[in-house]
Design a protein around this ligand. Structure first.
Ligand SMILES: Cc1cc2nc3c(=O)[nH]c(=O)nc-3n(C[C@H](O)[C@H](O)[C@H](O)COP(=O)(O)O)c2cc1C
Length: 195
């Protein structure tokens, strides 16, 4: 993990916001998965509503996007690199790591924001740290003191627990169908017994 603060952080903000095309180390999904789009859009629209940004106000939308690359004003930006040889498991490790980092920061009275967007321009970040070639920038975490801005109370909602659980295979979803299936099984059993 690489951490920058103070004037070095300001320079980094300049580089990240002024350099041209994205230079990610890890491929950024260009096509958002269809099934995940509704939740993403609802979150985005809700955030824009809260910030008073209308859908067609591209200047305001871009300005808000830019805040991402200014680490939302946080005094510390951290960048997490993963070993390319570990494939998807590296992302698993990094996810657990940043979760612990964020929980620890919060326990110390700090606020954090995990930012995948900070991995989109990897080149300027790599310029500022001695990063071995086989380590790839995956995610950043801004760390600072949480402000009282209403955006920090934005709650886009969470999936209900059922939305996180997989149904057993062969189960068609409705409780009524499940009960009918059970009755049928019981009936079949009786049939065998009486037969
Ligand atoms: C791995 C990861 C990457 C994220 N990347 C971004 C990002 O690039 N930009 C952003 O505004 N929020 C990003 N988020 C969302 C915010 O970090 C944060 O989770 C969101 O503001 C909601 O905060 P809450 O879960 O505390 O309600 C990311 C979250 C995670 C877990």
């Amino acid at each position: 993990m690489a951490v920058r603060r103070g004037s070095a952080l300001k320079k980094l903000v300049g580089l990240v916001t002024r350099k041209g095309m994205p230079t990610p180390d890890v491929a950024v999904p260009m096509k958002y998965p269809e099934e995940l789009k509704p939740a993403r859009q609802a979150t985005g629209f809700g955030l824009c509503r809260l910030l008073g940004i209308s859908r067609d106000d591209y200047a305001a939308r871009n300005a808000q996007m830019r805040r991402s690359y200014e680490f939302f004003g946080a005094p510390v930006a951290s960048f997490v690199f993963v070993h390319r040889g570990l494939g998807m498991y590296a992302a698993l490790d990094a996810g657990v790591f940043i979760q612990s980092l964020m929980l620890s920061a919060h326990a110390h009275g700090l606020g954090t924001c995990a930012q995948a967007s900070l991995a989109v321009w990897a080149a300027p970040v790599r310029e500022r740290f001695k990063v071995p070639a086989h380590y790839k920038l995956l995610v950043g975490v801004a760390i600072g003191f949480a402000s009282v801005h209403p955006v920090n109370n934005y709650n886009p909602g969470r999936l209900p627990i059922e939305g996180l659980l997989l149904a057993p295979s062969g189960f068609n979803g409705s409780r009524r169908a499940r009960l009918a299936e059970r009755d049928q099984d019981a009936g079949a059993g009786e049939g065998v017994g009486h037969g």
